[in-house]
Design a protein around this ligand. Structure first.
Ligand SMILES: *Cc1c(COP(=O)(O)O)cnc(C)c1O
Length: 366
């Protein structure tokens, strides 16, 4: 048997997947057990695929404890299409949607909403380079807003909301959250949201599928005049099978959900994620050689951003880390520095390897 060498993949997305999931995909790729055909070849109308889709949905529902009055949809177009679909479906003429501008993705979502209707920036931390998320006291909410949009984890800047903002009585103003980079990294209170969306390729599976969880009453807002493929109501009525869904991505996402359940679910994985992140932050804070870019109260458990005293040193760090098998540590071009993305499937020994590398780098360069 050949030994397969895997390096430590700190990429922000698409990102690391559990090895056991990759092995299962590999083993069953030519022929799904009992089916004799590949997942890449079967009809999306087959009972085999329907049961794969149903299983994935059931596992998502049990993991996140999703109330019965919410639909789970599997869509395409990434989280970026949701930036448009959310206002197209939920923002009626004459209404205003509030946007909490906590990072580059949040700002993009706001810009798309403005193309569709009235959008208000309820708070922004742009002047602080998005190094923290806005506090509750900073929120300037529109009474009777169509919805409030937030980004639970700011992938690029490495910040996250530690608790959900209070946007008033839940039935009045729905909270809409882009959870693309922390979906299922910690428990989520679905009932406090009107809509939750996440591209799968960070924490849930491969690229190609976007999960949308929507409270049923909001489906009434989807106007008949919407392009069919952009209507939540159409996708909900057709159980995500209006057209051909991304069958392979749904299948792989389902395997990741099964893996997550085996890990003990969201409370258990949150503990692991806290432990992994705190090891890295402790190293960042140890001497001052490294500088964390996020305010301590907003630090993300998923994307750990840090800098060195000069860009030259940062380049050297990334180069040597890559050579040492620690890949994908270069920060997003808009922020610079380094970013270690340590999603659910990122192994703890990879965090330990990075900490050792950081110590050695400081010892020789500090
Ligand atoms: C990656 C990301 C997006 C964009 O996702 P796509 O699937 O590439 O469209 C949006 N929001 C957040 C928070 C992200 O991390």
């Amino acid at each position: 048997m050949t030994t397969i060498h895997r390096i430590h993949n700190f990429a922000a997305g698409p990102a690391v997947l559990p090895v056991s999931v990759l092995e299962e995909i590999q083993r069953d790729l030519i022929a799904l057990p009992g089916v004799g055909m590949s997942i890449l070849e079967i009809s999306h109308r087959s009972t085999t695929f329907e049961s794969i889709l149903d299983r994935a949905e059931a596992d998502i529902r049990s993991l996140a404890n999703i109330p019965a009055n919410y639909k789970v949809l599997f869509l395409q177009g990434g989280a970026s299409l949701q930036f448009s679909m959310v206002p197209m479906n939920l923002l009626g003429a004459g209404h205003t949607a509030d946007y909490i501008d906590s990072g580059s993705w949040a700002e993009k979502a706001y810009k798309e909403a403005k193309k569709v209707g009235n959008a208000n920036v309820a708070a922004t931390t742009k002047a602080d380079n998005y190094s923290r998320v806005p506090a509750q006291s900073e929120l300037n909410l529109t009474p009777g807003a169509a919805y409030v949009h937030m980004t639970s984890n700011n992938t690029i800047e490495g910040t996250e909301f530690k608790q959900l903002p209070d946007v008033g009585p839940r039935d009045n103003v729905p909270l809409v959250s882009d959870t693309s980079s922390d979906m299922f990294s910690r428990p989520i209170d679905v009932a406090r949201h009107g809509l939750i969306y996440a591209g799968a390729q960070k924490n849930m599976g491969p690229a190609g599928v976007t999960v949308v969880i929507i409270r049923e009453d909001l489906l009434q807002r989807s106007q008949k005049s919407l392009p069919t493929m952009l209507s939540y109501a159409v996708h909900a009525e057709n159980k995500s099978l209006y057209n051909t869904p991304p069958a392979f991505a749904v299948y792989a996402l389902g395997l990741v959900m099964k893996w997550l359940i085996q890990q003990g679910g969201l409370t258990a994985i949150e503990k692991v994620n806290q432990r992994k992140a705190s090891k890295l932050y402790a190293e960042i804070d140890r001497t001052g050689f490294y500088r964390g870019t996020a305010h301590k109260g907003s630090r993300s458990l998923m994307n750990v951003t840090f800098r060195l005293s000069s860009e030259d040193l940062e380049k050297q760090f990334v180069k040597e880390a890559t050579a040492a098998g620690l890949d994908g540590l270069k920060g997003h071009r808009s922020v610079g520095g380094m970013r270690a993305s340590i999603y659910n499937a990122f192994p703890e020994d990879g965090v330990d390897a990075l900490v050792s590398f950081m110590r050695e780098f400081e010892r020789t360069r500090g």
